[in-house]
Write a protein that binds this ligand. Structure first.
Ligand code: FES
Length: 110
């Protein structure tokens, strides 16, 4: 597992970008005690999601305004659009880890 940060380092309703390796970064979104992670790349045209807007369970990409459901990753504008590439997180002892040993689940609660 890859340590990311402590739970307290993630602000409610915000996303934070983590550089995982050369050329790869991910975003982690906290919504109260629910945590979601995805690749830092919009499935529509590849925009980085650093400046994406979070409102409720929806992420909006700033390039073309497509909205994605943070629970399922699905694109809300175009049903045929690829979903967000969701990643598995492990929350343990107040710490947030990227867990790449499991098939991604949709959400993670503390
Ligand atoms: S690149 Fe994100 S909506 Fe187009």
């Amino acid at each position: 597992m890859h340590y990311l940060c402590s739970v307290e380092d993630l602000a409610d309703g915000k996303l934070r970008v983590f550089r995982i390796s050369e050329g790869r970064s991910i975003v982690v979104i906290r919504r109260q005690n629910t945590f979601t992670a995805c690749e830092n790349r919009c499935p529509h045209a590849g925009a980085p999601l650093d400046d994406a807007l979070i409102r409720g369970n929806t992420l909006t990409c700033v390039w073309h305004g497509f909205q994605f459901d943070l629970c399922s990753g699905a694109c809300l504008e175009e049903p045929d659009e690829k979903p967000l590439s969701l990643l598995s997180l492990c929350i343990r002892d107040g710490k947030v880890y990227l867990d790449e040993s499991h098939t991604p689940s949709r959400e993670h609660s503390k």
